[in-house]
Design a protein around this ligand. Sequence first.
Ligand SMILES: CC(C)(CO)[C@@H](O)C(=O)NCCC(=O)O
Ligand code: NA
Length: 603
Amino acid sequence: MEPVYFSAADYVIFAVLLAASMAIGVYYAASGGRQRTTREFLLADRGMSAAPVSLSLIASFQSAVAIVGVPGEVYAHGTQFWFIGVAYVLGLLVPAHVFVPIFYRLQLSSAYEYLERRFNKTVRICGTLTFIFQTVIYTGVCIYTPAFALNKVTGLQLWGTVLATGLVCTVYTTIGGLKAVIWTDVFQTVVMFAGQLAVIVVGVQQAGGVAAVWTKVSEGNRIAGLDLNPDPTEKHTFWTLAVGGVFLMLALYGVNQAQVQRYLSSRTEREAVRSCYLVIPALQVALALSCVMGLVMFARYCGEDGSRRPGAALSRDAMVLFFVMDMLQGLPGLPGLFVACLFSAALSSISSAFNSLATVTMEDLIKPHFPTMTDARATLLSKALAMSYGLLCLAMAYLTHLMGKSVLQVALKVFGIVGGPLLGVFSLGMFFPWANSTGALVGLGAGLAVAFWIGVGSIVTGGAAAAASVPSNCSSLFFNVSTSVLPTLIVSRPTGLKRLYSLSYMWYSGLSCFVVVVVGLIVSFLSGPMKEEDVLPGTVYPLLGKLLFFLPERLKKRLCCTGQTHAAQRHRRDVSLDKAELEGQTLGFLPTADSQVERETSV
Ligand SMILES: CC(C)(CO)[C@@H](O)C(=O)NCCC(=O)O
Ligand code: NA
């Protein structure tokens, strides 16, 4: 495969992306409060409005992984994956109406602070460490993917690109804080959409128009109908995507620090809720662009004569990149725009990760031990943390390099294996007033154990069963798609443990969340459940009370699910106190464990 040559226009576009991102960082380093408080550096002065926050929310988990992986999936297996769009609806309505109000009213700065208020310090620290683990791995995948792609296609030096991306991102995140992260996300999301749109327009033209694309993809069986197969080991069915996907979305958009931090940086709770609503259509656009890109690629390349490039063994991810660059070849500026699109997607995810990692490390791990630390010191330390995580994640890119699997599935598996148990522990706290801290800890441990067991099991046993499955009707495809990246072709239905290991990765979040809640409740009841009135005000969502609205109040009281207890009333008063406090003065440090004690005694 000969490398694609970049024209001057391509280099200019790519350079503009990096320069503009840096400029946004410099702007927020020099304007406003000049990033001298943790409130500004980590929470954008809690003054953001819904539009930028929503674009930033979609940018966090839309990296080059999705830009390359989703078209590859659609190219090889058709549009079934598109049904994940159904999950976006509930996956954001629940955060909007359950998670956001609870987090926002508690005026937290880290999502895991919730776990201390609801349970205890140990649960909080376990939650934080779990999040750090998840994010560091994910960031490695994020940095590695575009560099790998670019290297495959243009021959650009792999580790040079990894370093350049990581360093640019580290710098603007470290100097510009969350404001820079959010506004670069906005800019980068626009570039991301523009790049994908360019590929689609050019591809449609080359394939002979929309009608021709449609004919080819429908003849090639790439338009998927509803697959209602209930088998949970089928990788992508309507159920795994639309139902399993809801838990994935809740883990990402409900309780992940990167996102919670954006809700908390919103000017008002209403703005935060509105940003969740805006994410639903914006994410549908992102998904549609990626799926259509896969279809256009199929129409353009499937069945092409193999003689052109003999013996080129490409992973599916590299194949996508190659197709794109082949389509854009000779159109000045467009290869550069697509590369900018890939890096925009990556930078916006990596910067969210750096800032959120710095936040949780500061708020959850460091500040509680140094209650007298000045805010100036804490801010400086936060910047140092953002920078150190930047460097650590560069090292993680190397680990991704060693894994060499289809990155889309690696990323989504990590979200499920680590994100699912975290979702479980938050759900246990919010929906079940009886759950106690012992239950939360044992539940979280059990959820992580089950998720890792299945996840690692699937990775270990998956290789053996994998078989090459070139798109069925593309026998003359000019690529030997290497087997490692293709999904397991299940010849005979697996049994026993093998069957467990072949559970669709789309169920990982839901299953591990369920394990945490069930184990958490059993352990709580065995070790002495909490009473609703002993739970800290504002940490529980009266789910059962709302579901059983038809029961008489007295019965609900016995089930402890009124949501109208002494505690809830106390909480309401607390919230109005918080509001008054917020409007009246600027908060230096946000409520910590100490101010929580003060608050409890003052009520
Ligand atoms: C996480 C979803 C499903 C929704 O945001 C999608 O963006 C996706 O498939 N992301 C893959 C991971 C990534 O792009 O980094
Ligand atoms: Na992104």
